[in-house]
Write a protein that binds this ligand. Structure first.
Ligand code: SF4
Length: 292
């Protein structure tokens, strides 16, 4: 594998001998694979989403609820054949889809596995990511990924630098989301489950309602108000959030409702809401190598 420029960090790292910003080397690493019941209803369905949590991350947000795997790198190295077996096992357990969580930094390594699985299965493949993606890497997934599920976190570079170490987050995020939309221009559902399309997740954060509005403005102006938008209320001050007073708490109901009202005022037709009770540790996956 050549020097790594798989994401906008463009580390140019030789991952055979060292790691880049994401912390990943040449080994595919996974922390958990199971049937996830708490994704959006049209993703989890009644049987669960076949969710594969990849270790490491190219963002390392200071509030990450999955910091044990994203920042601390917990997980188990898998060969390509072993990862394939994980996908097959999830399908045999009845998964509605294969849901790749934060696989951005492994795309060149898992591509052969995805192609082989795609050739042998009709399950939709979901690419669930933080939204800091390289367009060239996404193009490798054209024809393989059925549903894109990216975050759009914030707009201002000062904010994204502070909380995600990525001053160019929004600049790269919008290019990535446009490429996802190009690949999957139409949302397709069958029996209440999504089969193809684009769903944008936005995590409402404390004291950042203005950022939520800017994200929604961009989506409305560039993708249209028929875009599926999942407004997440589950923020909790995990990991290093306690170092930042302004985000060191859960969101208030008023903050969430202000964002929801704005979304409705903008004319969005497909809004997925979360209960305020979703901000509870019991909904955070425990990382225990289940299924790997
Ligand atoms: S995937 Fe990792 S090593 Fe490669 S460019 Fe991104 S952060 Fe750097």
């Amino acid at each position: 594998m050549s020097l790594c420029n798989a994401c906008p960090r463009n580390c140019n790292a030789d991952r055979q001998t060292k790691t880049g910003f994401c912390g990943a080397d040449q080994n595919i690493k996974v922390a958990k694979a199971y049937l996830h019941e708490w994704e959006e209803p049209f993703i989890s369905g009644s049987k669960g989403s076949g969710t594969v949590f990849f270790s490491h991350c190219n963002l390392k947000c200071v509030f990450c609820q999955n910091f044990k795997i994203s920042a601390e790198g917990f997980g188990k190295n898998l060969s390509q054949d072993e990862l394939y077996d994980v996908f097959v096992s999830l399908e045999q357990k009845g998964a509605n889809n294969i849901n790749l969580v934060t696989a951005s930094h492994f795309v060149p390594y898992i591509l052969p596995v995805l192609k082989k699985f795609k050739a042998n299965s009709n399950l939709p493949i979901i690419y669930n990511c933080g939204g800091y993606e390289s367009v060239d890497t996404l193009k490798m997934l054209d024809g393989i990924v059925d549903v894109y599920l990216p975050d759009m976190k914030y707009v201002d570079s000062r904010i994204s630098a502070k909380y995600s170490h990525a001053p160019d987050y929004f600049e790269k995020n919008v290019l990535a989301v446009k490429e996802m939309k190009r690949q999957q221009p139409k949302d397709v559902f069958c029996d209440g489950l999504i089969k193809k399309g684009l769903v944008i997740r936005h995590l409402v954060m404390p004291n950042l309602v203005d950022q939520s509005k800017k994200v929604l403005d961009w989506i409305a102006d560039n993708l249209g108000t028929d875009t599926f938008v999942s407004l997440m209320a589950q923020y909790q001050p995990f990991y290093r959030a306690c170092e930042f007073d302004e985000i060191n708490r859960k969101i208030t109901e008023r903050e969430y409702n202000r964002v929801l009202q704005y979304t409705e005022q903008k004319g969005f037709e497909n809004i997925l809401c979360q209960e305020m009770t979703s901000s509870d540790e019991k909904y955070v996956p425990s990382f225990d190598l289940q299924g790997v």
